[in-house]
Ligand binder design. Structure first.
Ligand code: SF4
Length: 442
């Protein structure tokens, strides 16, 4: 910054003061940033100013004193400008460089709702094929509501976090029942539906209807913690983060801004921020303090437990036993091969455990049990090793199905929605049959 024309008094008073003291004064001054954040720029200032002639430092120092006096006023007037420039710059960046994603090309609130739900905890690249398939099979609230949970889960199979899918299905039914099959436009109505929280509702309302509602998903939390240099775990400052998210909202183009900040968090201000090309770098307090890569502060991670499970592929001829999990709870509504968690004592004799388990689930005790495969799988809150055994059953005629266990042809396993681990077993069972299928004549 060019030194101001100096008032004579302070300059005269400072003559004879060693340069190092002036550097100190300079660093303590609010010159570096109107926020008062001097730690990062302070280092820079020392580096840059070493070797600068003292008269120039006197200029800076005097300038700093003026700023110190005017500081509060400057802050009051500049703060709204900085906030509005955040949204303005993000929108400009997004219009020039934002990603062209399928759900960005639509203003259909149903499609936007679907994308918001699928994107929770899941990468964009994983979501795109699921989004396209799901939307072409269930193109509206009505079509989703009238489908069975089995059909809906089949289109979600492999995407994980199946509670999202069950909640969407329930919410679609409620929309048909309470809102004539339309996505409600009021925040309270949206938030009253299963699986829709304040942030998801804010995203739907702002993107689809350009309504001024803030969002606070994982990406936005990270950006805000860095931009405002919040050195506390986000969960402990939730209310403050909502306030920041609200005050950054632009007066117009809210929908574009919402998409911009989500895209910005996923691409530039991601886990490893690309600050050198960031459009809002000049106002970022975390960057100025040099702490952006340490933010947001993560809560202390609990150690993830590991459990052993056994699964029995009970077969009677070409029939295989599968069971449907209860609708509520982990992997609710999905199908699996009868399986059981084993404790430390049982681990020594897995064959006995699987024999008892298959008998309990199907009513038939296997006469032959052989190890088939071992699958390692990680859930959010635990890891699992699944020991899979092939179990042969002898039954007179077709084995009996029970309320939640069905005997199905192995070739039809692909009709059922399985969790990822059990899908691997199903693939092994269907693969040889698929491979040996004769080719159609040319
Ligand atoms: S300067 Fe860096 S940390 Fe700050 S908002 Fe930009 S990318 Fe994020």
């Amino acid at each position: 910054m060019a030194p101001l024309k100096l008032p004579r008094g302070p300059v005269a008073a400072l003559r004879g003061v060693p340069k190092s003291s002036l550097l100190g004064c300079y660093a303590e001054s609010p010159r570096a940033s109107f926020w008062g954040a001097t730690r990062g720029p302070q280092k820079l200032a020392f580096g840059v100013l070493r070797g600068v002639h003292k008269s120039l430092l006197l200029g800076c120092y005097a300038c700093a004193q003026w700023r110190l006096a005017l500081g509060p006023l400057v802050t009051v007037f500049r703060y709204p400008l900085v906030l509005s420039s955040f949204s303005r710059r993000l929108i400009r960046w997004y219009r020039a460089q934002g990603r062209a994603l399928p759900w960005r090309r639509t203003s259909d609130p149903y499609a936007i709702w679907l994308s918001e739900i699928m994107l929770q905890q899941t990468q964009v690249a994983t979501v795109i094929p699921y989004y396209n398939r799901f939307l072409s099979r269930f193109p509206s609230v009505q079509s989703l509501a009238s489908a069975s949970l089995h059909q809906v889960l089949k289109h979600w199979e492999g995407l994980g976090y199946y509670a999202r899918c069950r909640h969407m299905h329930l919410a679609a039914k409620e929309m048909v029942h309470r809102f004539r099959g339309r996505i409600p436009r009021r925040m309270e109505d949206l938030c009253s539906l299963p699986g829709i929280g304040r942030s998801t509702a804010g995203a739907i309302l702002s993107i689809a209807f350009n309504a001024p509602h803030p969002i606070l998903d994982g990406n936005v939390r990270r950006i805000l913690c860095r931009y405002f240099a919040i050195e506390k775990p986000p969960k402990t400052v939730e209310a403050a983060l909502w306030n920041h998210s609200k005050e950054l909202l632009p007066k117009k183009d809210v929908g574009v801004y919402t998409q911009a900040i989500m895209d910005f968090g996923a691409t530039l201000c991601s886990k490893k921020p690309l600050c050198h090309i960031c459009p809002v770098q000049s106002g970022c307090l975390g960057y100025q303090r040099g702490v952006q890569t340490h933010l947001p502060i993560s809560p202390v991670r609990k150690t993830i437990p590991h459990y052993d499970y056994v699964a029995g592929v009970a077969r009677a001829g070409s029939l295989v036993a599968i069971r449907c999990r209860p609708e509520k709870g982990l992997l609710g509504g999905l199908w699996e091969f009868p399986c059981e968690r084993v404790d430390d004592q049982q681990r020594a004799d897995l064959i006995r455990v699987i024999s008892v388990s298959v008998k309990a689930h199907t009513g038939y005790r296997p006469y032959q049990i052989t190890p088939m495969m071992v699958i390692d799988h990680a859930f959010t809150h635990f890891r699992m090793t699944l020991h899979v055994f092939a179990c042969k059953i002898r039954a007179r005629g077709v084995p009996h199905s029970t309320s939640n266990v069905e005997w199905v042809e192995a070739t039809r396993l692909s009709w059922y929605p399985f969790s990822s681990a059990h899908k691997k077993i199903a693939r092994v069972l269907t693969r040889p049959l698929v491979q040996t299928r004769p080719k159609a004549p040319l």
